[in-house]
Write a protein that binds this ligand. Structure first.
Ligand code: SF4
Ligand code: SF4
Ligand code: SF4
Length: 279
């Protein structure tokens, strides 16, 4: 049987929450033995919508990332389980057996992605099942995929969706778990700001910007509002130079894009006209 994979295009995610709610609707209060027992109403997010706010007001971008079990090919959760309590099915889904996993809290800690939750009431670890109970009964896709209005989450066999894998990333590839949830269009960092003249209090339109990191250079200009954005930058150290006619060059050295940067309002100093030797 072909392995099933998920491909999530982060650029299409609007943060509507439908996937998270549909997962709860499917699994809260419903038992699907031997695949899974009911998810508690609170505290569990087998599908979790991560929200990251980048930058500061007014240069802010909110990125949403749906996070779920990666149904890994080399699952750390299975390695930590005793009695074969976690197993991988032929279709690729990694399942925690609710009978065998009773009392095995170490399965929660073993997952490097933090997607396994502990059910106090039932004394078992739980996570996304891939909605295997639905697929085993003729459904084509899991609930979270079915309800996504933007088709941000794609689900299918590796053969069907393989063409989307090049250019995708997986979470924490360094774990060696070999995830089967792929992410596309993961946004990079940004550097933004607004350039203005403090004497006139007007924005400076058309200022030219040079952003330099290692051997790479990026160019830009301020728009009609004096704003600039350098988007989708890698994490690193950058030098920024801002030039406008009649002003001194503004220089920002060693900008660190571990977080997105809003440099705020940047005042340009008027250039002092050079005197001719005979003046
Ligand atoms: S349903 Fe789709 S668009 Fe809405 S939050 Fe989930 S992945 Fe994003
Ligand atoms: S993401 Fe975690 S819980 Fe899911 S298969 Fe991989 S190691 Fe196991
Ligand atoms: S596949 Fe099913 S169990 Fe997994 S996150 Fe989606 S709805 Fe929840």
């Amino acid at each position: 049987m072909s392995k099933r994979i998920f491909v999530i295009d982060v650029a299409l995610c609007t943060g509507c929450d439908n996937c998270q709610l549909a997962c709860k609707d499917e699994h809260c209060g419903n038992d699907f033995p031997p695949i899974a027992l009911h998810q508690p109403d609170i505290g569990h997010f087998w599908m979790k919508l991560d929200e990251k706010v980048c930058g500061t007001v007014p240069k802010v971008k909110v990125n949403y990332t749906p996070v779920m079990c990666n149904h890994c090919d080399n699952p750390a959760c299975a390695a930590a389980a005793k009695n074969g309590a976690v197993y991988k099915r032929e279709d690729g889904f990694v399942i925690i057996d609710p009978e065998k996993a009773k009392g095995q809290k170490q399965i929660v800690d073993a997952c490097p992605y933090g997607v396994v939750y502990w059910n106090e009431e039932l004394d078992i670890p739980q996570k996304c099942t891939g909605c295997a109970h639905l697929l085993d009964n003729g459904y084509k896709v899991p609930r979270c995929v079915e309800v996504c209005p933007t088709e941000c989450i794609k689900f299918g066999t590796e053969e069907e969706l393989g063409y989307l894998i090049p250019g995708s990333t997986v979470m924490k590839p360094e774990t060696g778990c070999k995830p089967n949830v792929y992410y596309r269009n993961v946004p990079g960092q940004f550097i933004a700001g607004t350039v203005y003249d403090p004497e006139t209090n007007d924005v400076v339109i058309g200022a030219s910007l040079r952003l330099i990191t290692g051997g790479k250079r990026y160019a830009g200009t301020t728009d009609d509002f004096g704003d600039f954005w350098f988007r989708d930058l890698a994490i690193g150290r950058y030098d920024l130079y801002i030039d406008a006619e009649g002003y001194e060059t503004a220089v920002f050295k060693d900008l660190d894009t571990t977080e997105c940067l809003n440099l705020g309002d940047i005042a340009l100093k008027k250039a002092v006209p050079k005197k001719a030797p005979w003046d």
